[in-house]
Design a binder for this molecule. Structure first.
Ligand SMILES: [Zn+2]
Length: 117
């Protein structure tokens, strides 16, 4: 290899390293963004689970109690909330409570919703 060739080879490698370094920086930035997004989603998920659980327990309690006019209204609201959550794609059944529905309708959810109505 001649001196010129060696030199241009080094310049070439230098350029490639520069590109790799830039790519690494971009990847690092993407990981940071994903981690932040993950953190927010985790918090949102916990909050949704908490809300679902309180809807679930209040609807279950109300469902068992003797219905007065006042109770009926609350049962109706609890039911509406659960039905809404179900239609938003979450399980409201005992088995998969709070999880995202990934395979269409869930028979357990539907029977639970029918019972609570
Ligand atoms: Zn379900």
């Amino acid at each position: 290899m001649e001196k010129n060739e060696i030199f241009s080879h080094i310049v070439d490698i230098e350029e490639k390293l520069g590109n790799l370094y830039r790519e690494l920086g971009q990847l690092k930035q993407k990981v940071v963004t994903l981690l932040e997004e993950n953190h927010h989603l985790r918090i949102e998920n916990e909050e949704l689970r908490r809300r679902l659980e309180s809807e679930y327990t209040s609807s279950e309690k109300k469902g068992k109690s003797k219905s007065t006019i006042n109770n009926k209204k609350v049962v109706g609201e609890g039911y509406d909330n659960l039905a809404r959550l179900y239609h938003e794609g979450f399980h409201v059944c005992n088995l998969h409570f709070g999880n995202l529905r990934t395979e269409g309708d869930c028979l357990f959810c539907l029977s639970f919703l029918n019972k609570s109505q």
